[in-house]
Design a binder for this molecule. Structure first.
Ligand code: 4NP
Length: 154
């Protein structure tokens, strides 16, 4: 399975989702079966490494995301990935607006529906908030990626 994590800037939420799922895939020795990447819907942060606050939170929980670099979501990603997980409704709308076909659209899912089925919950944008926001994002994405890895193991 080829999985893409998408948020707005690709410097906070989607790099963490990317790093966590890569770590879990590696721990389960499933690297030969699955790949993970991340992207942002906006172009403001292209080429940047993840937000220092997100890096610090990830490191404190034993997950390294420092090597990731932000890139923008592109239409070609619908060809290159099987599953596209978005963090919030705004990401969902932005990605769906680029979909060309029904086949493109069904690849796009709110990531928290993995841990909270059918609730359509959002991973809150931590960018303008305090440290607790980053810990909350970690908690939500740790649980969601646990659910994803369980599915990948089946
Ligand atoms: P992300 O967080 O979408 O989780 O990477 C944000 C990063 C940057 C901005 C907003 C959210 N920004 O407004 O620049």
């Amino acid at each position: 399975m080829r999985i893409l994590m998408v948020c707005l800037g690709n410097i906070c939420r989607s790099p963490l989702a990317d790093g966590l799922l890569k770590k879990k895939i590696t721990e389960k020795e499933l690297m030969h079966l699955h790949s993970v990447d991340s992207a942002g819907t906006c172009d403001n942060h292209i080429g940047q490494d993840p937000d220092t606050r997100m890096q610090k939170t990830a490191t404190s929980f034993g997950c390294s995301i420092e090597d990731l670099r932000a890139r923008q979501f592109k239409v070609q990603d619908f060809n290159d990935f099987d599953l596209i997980y978005v963090m919030d409704q705004s990401n969902l709308e932005n990605v769906l607006s680029l979909a060309r076909t029904e086949e493109d659209k069904i690849k796009v899912k709110l990531i928290l529906n993995e841990s909270h089925p059918n609730k359509n919950l959002e991973v809150p944008d931590p960018y303008f908030g305090g440290e607790n926001g980053f810990i909350e994002v970690y908690d939500l994405l740790d649980k969601a990626t646990d659910c994803i890895i369980k599915k990948l193991e089946e």
